[in-house]
Design a protein around this ligand. Structure first.
Ligand code: NAP
Length: 295
C-alpha cells in the first residue's frame, strides 16, 4: 500500500513516507532477475572497494553485502586498508572494470586523505558504475542521457514516486550540492519538470529559499538544520541526512518533531531513503549484469 500525499494547504497530519516497503518490493524484483541471470549462467557480482577503517563505513558495507546475498548477488569486498595510496585504489578499480565477471563497482567513502572520489571515479567503467560517480555518468545524467544515477539520488526520486508526490510544475528546493546527492537530485527533479532551487553552505537565507518549496530534499549531514521556520505547511520533505547519535542511533537533518504536524509528508530516518538506496544499488547491479556483453 502506498501512502498518497495530499498537498493540502492545511494538513491535519504529516504522512510518514517510509522506504521500507518500497525497498522490499525492489529487492523482490532484484532477486527474481538475479535468479534468472544465475540460471542462465551469469552470477551477478558487485565489488565494493574499501580504503578506510571507519566503523560506520564498515557497517554500511556489511549491510550491502547482506542485502546482496539475500537477493542472490555475489558481493565482493575489496579491502585495501586505510593507508593505501590513490594509485593502488585506481589500479584496483581498473582491474575490476576489466573483469568480465564483475557487473557493479562501488567505491566506498571515506577515502585516505590524498585520495578523492572525484579523482578516482573515472577509473570505474561507466557500464559498471552502479553508484553513478564516474564524471561520464554524472555528465550523461545532466544531459538527460541514459546512465546510472547515484543510488541515493535515485532513491529520493523512487520514494517521491512511490508516495505519489506530483513533481511537474512544483517548486522544489534541494539543500546540499554534493556530486552524490544534491546535484544529481536537482538534475532528476529538473528532468521531471520541477522548478529547482539548490542551496548550500554559502546560501544567505536558507529559510527564505526553502519555505516556498512544495518538495524539499535535504542532504547536508547536520542535525536539526531544518526546523519549522524552513518549511511550508503543505511541503513534502525528504530527509537524506544520516547523522550518528551518541547512543548509537541515527537521525536526519530535519528536526522531525518541529515539522511534524506542519508538513504534508516527511521521510523517516532511519527507514526512509537509506533502505531504498541499498535496494537500488542492487537493482543497478542486476541491470548491468543483464546487459548483453560488448562485442
Ligand atoms: P557532503 O558531500 O558533505 O555535502 C554536504 C552538502 O551540504 C554540501 O553541498 C554543503 O555545501 C552543504 N551544506 C553544509 N552546511 C550547510 C548549511 N549550513 N546550509 C546549507 N547547506 C549546507 O555530504 P553528502 O555526501 O551529500 O551527504 C549528505 C548527507 O546525506 C550526510 O548526512 C550523509 O550521511 C547522508 N547520506 C545518506 C545516504 C542514504 O542512503 N541515506 C547516502 C548518502 C549520503 P557546500 O557545497 O557549499 O560545502
Amino acid at each position: 500500500m502506498t501512502t498518497p500525499v495530499t498537498l493540502s494547504p492545511a494538513p491535519t497530519g504529516t504522512a510518514v513516507l517510509s522506504g521500507i516497503e518500497l525497498a522490499r518490493t525492489i529487492r523482490g524484483r532484484v532477486a527474481r532477475t538475479a535468479a534468472e541471470l544465475t540460471a542462465a549462467g551469469t552470477l551477478p557480482r558487485l565489488a565494493v572497494v574499501v580504503a578506510n577503517d571507519d566503523e560506520s563505513s564498515a557497517w554500511y558495507v556489511r549491510s550491502i553485502a547482506k542485502a546482496a546475498a539475500a537477493t542472490g548477488i555475489h558481493c565482493e569486498v575489496v579491502d585495501l586498508g586505510p593507508d593505501v595510496g590513490p594509485e593502488r585504489i585506481r589500479a584496483a578499480l581498473r582491474t575490476l572494470s576489466d573483469d568480465v565477471a564483475v557487473h557493479g563497482i562501488m567505491l566506498q567513502t571515506p577515502l585516505p586523505p590524498d585520495a578523492s572520489v572525484e579523482d578516482l571515479a573515472a577509473a570505474i567503467a561507466p557500464e559498471k558504475d552502479v553508484d553513478g560517480v564516474n564524471p561520464l555518468s554524472l555528465g550523461r545524467l545532466a544531459a538527460g542521457l541514459p546512465a546510472f544515477a547515484p543510488a541515493t539520488a535515485a532513491a529520493v526520486m523512487a520514494l517521491l514516486d512511490h508516495h505519489e508526490v506530483p513533481l511537474a510544475g512544483r517548486n522544489a528546493a534541494v539543500v546540499g550540492r554534493s556530486n552524490v546527492v544534491g546535484k544529481p537530485v536537482a538534475q532528476l527533479l529538473l528532468q521531471r519538470d520541477a522548478t529547482v532551487t539548490v542551496c548550500h553552505r554559502h546560501t544567505k537565507d536558507l529559510a527564505e529559499l526553502t519555505r516556498p518549496a512544495e518538495v524539499l530534499v535535504v542532504a547536508v549531514g547536520r542535525i536539526g538544520l531544518i526546523t519549522a521556520e524552513h518549511v511550508a505547511p503543505d511541503a513534502v520533505v525528504v530527509d537524506v541526512g544520516t547523522n550518528p547519535t551518541p547512543d548509537g542511533g541515527l537521525v536526519g537533518d530535519v528536526d522531525a518533531a518541529a515539522v511534524t504536524g506542519r508538513v504534508a509528508g516527511l521521510t523517516p530516518v532511519p527507514g526512509g531513503v537509506g533502505p531504498v538506496t541499498t535496494a537500488l544499488l542492487l537493482q543497478h547491479t542486476v541491470r548491468s549484469a543483464a546487459r548483453p556483453a560488448a562485442t
